[in-house]
Design a protein around this ligand. Sequence first.
Ligand code: FE
Ligand code: FE
Ligand code: FE
Length: 165
Amino acid sequence: MKELTLTSMFHDTLRDIYYAERKILKTLPKMMRAAQSEDLRAAFQKHAQETEVQVERLQEVFALIGKRPQAKTCPAIDGIMDEGDEVMDTYKGTALIDAGLISSAQAVEHYEMARYGSLCLLAQTMGNADAVALLKETLQEEEATDAALEALASKLMVGMSAEAA
Ligand code: FE
Ligand code: FE
Ligand code: FE
């Protein structure tokens, strides 16, 4: 049996988020196509580019702990994506699609923030400052994306008439 250590927990969590990031990278183009507003499409486009770099950063972190990049199925992101698909199917072609897409995307960002927060703390405890720096950079991008999405949602709601409720 594998020895359970802080490092093994870090490695498992890294494999989990590596799976999630690659799945997100595959899903963002679909969300981009589904978005109605130019602002939201641009936000997804920007984050797709960031996500590409985030995947590379994770590969660097694997190297820092002497492991090769390997994904481990993350049932949480699979579930969040399934819900997102459901929202897209339900609100496709309606005035509510962007609000639905933002809500789904924020669920993704919140999951990532939770994972990167834990990874930062584990890396810090392991004394791996290089890993902390890389993971923090990504954590800040996820937080900025979440904030940008929230601002877009607020703007969208202001534009909605009371009849839409
Ligand atoms: Fe990410
Ligand atoms: Fe997970
Ligand atoms: Fe993200």
